[in-house]
Design a protein around this ligand. Structure first.
Ligand code: PBG
Length: 322
């Protein structure tokens, strides 16, 4: 009789036959930057995560590096008075984001930084593109994204992450980066980014929710799978170095689809709402937060995502060190 339980008999056997295992090297830690000095503010919908001023972010990065966690994706919380329709502050060299990127790379040259290319943190409309008469302009937005990506690459970004979902932006950014001599700057494309309710806590963190309307004319419909292949094909041929699926847990089929069809690394963004759900349930004693975290991350990797962006990254790294 075939008895699959033989391979589950003991922890050592289970270790031997385990097909997928997450390590700290697979993880990218998204972190929130705010202005000022010695500022640390809680984000109520993301227990355990704070917005940090540059000085404290440097300390946080130092402590993560000691745990073997070396890849960070900072996002800026921008003062409302600095936002405008065209997100012009996003490429002003003295903004808190570009200054922090420069500083982090100077203090921790071996840290890898992935920057966010999208207008929303700097947009008075809270959208990822330029809003005109209620519409999101595509090609005009790409010009802004290009300036932003060049400024970030110049500040030392290793990977730029266009999270905006405008058509044609990966190819345009690749050309602009190459022309400016940043041919070593990689692009992690937010390829299949869905119009998801699971981004709520992130928008609290950055105060970046749309002032009007929603993001459904640029982010994908959660009902669609085949369309992810169209997006992936475009990003692949436009020169992306990684293809990302976002969110992760409700979209494991999409991760698998891209994994099966493309030969570059697939990434998944285990988003703020996915983090918040586990934290909230754990705080209520409704489930074991650590186990739920490990299971989620393992399943995201099993689906085909080598790279995982997750707010659990530091907690995971701490657990592995124990
Ligand atoms: C926007 C952006 C979003 C996230 C990353 N970049 C939110 C949005 O599209 O509104 C969400 C990340 C998360 O929820 O953790 N450019």
């Amino acid at each position: 009789m075939r008895r699959p339980r033989r391979n589950r008999k003991s922890p050592v056997i289970r270790d031997l036959v385990r097909e997928h295992e997450v390590t700290v090297k697979d993880l990218i830690y998204p972190v929130f930057l705010t202005g000022g000095i010695n500022i640390k503010t809680d984000i109520p919908s993301m227990p355990g995560i704070q917005r940090l001023s540059e000085d404290l972010l440097l300390k946080e990065i130092e402590s993560c590096m000691k745990l073997g966690l070396k890849i960070f994706a900072p996002f800026p919380n921008i003062e409302e008075s600095l936002k405008d329709q065209f997100a012009t502050h996003s490429y002003e060299r003295n903004n808190i984001y570009l200054k922090a990127i420069k500083k982090i790379k100077k203090e921790f040259p071996e840290a890898i930084l992935m920057t966010d290319v999208a207008m929303d943190p700097y947009s008075s409309d809270g959208h990822d593109g330029i809003v005109q008469n209620g519409e999101i302009l595509n090609d005009e937005t790409i010009e802004v994204l290009g300036r932003m990506a060049l400024a970030q690459a110049d500040a030392g970004a290793d990977i730029v992450g266009p999270s905006d979902m405008m058509d044609g932006r990966v190819g345009a950014l690749r050309d602009m980066l190459d022309e400016a001599g940043f041919e070593k700057t990689a692009i992690m494309a937010y390829t299949a980014k869905y119009a998801s309710a699971f981004y709520g806590p992130f928008r609290d963190a950055l105060n970046s929710a749309p002032k009007a309307g929603d993001k459904k004319t640029y982010q994908m419909d959660p009902a669609n799978q085949a369309e992810a292949l169209v997006e992936a094909e475009l990003d692949y041929h436009e020169g992306a170095d990684f293809l990302m699926v976002k969110p992760a847990l409700a979209y494991l089929d999409v991760i698998k689809l891209l994994y099966d069809n493309f030969d570059i690394p697939i990434a998944a963004y285990n988003v703020s709402g996915e983090y918040a759900m586990i934290k909230a349930a754990a705080q209520n004693g409704w489930l074991d937060g650590e186990k739920a975290m490990l299971e989620s991350l393992t399943c995201i990797k099993r689906a085909g995502s080598k790279v995982i962006l997750t707010y659990f990254a530091k907690e995971f790294a701490q657990l592995q060190k124990l």
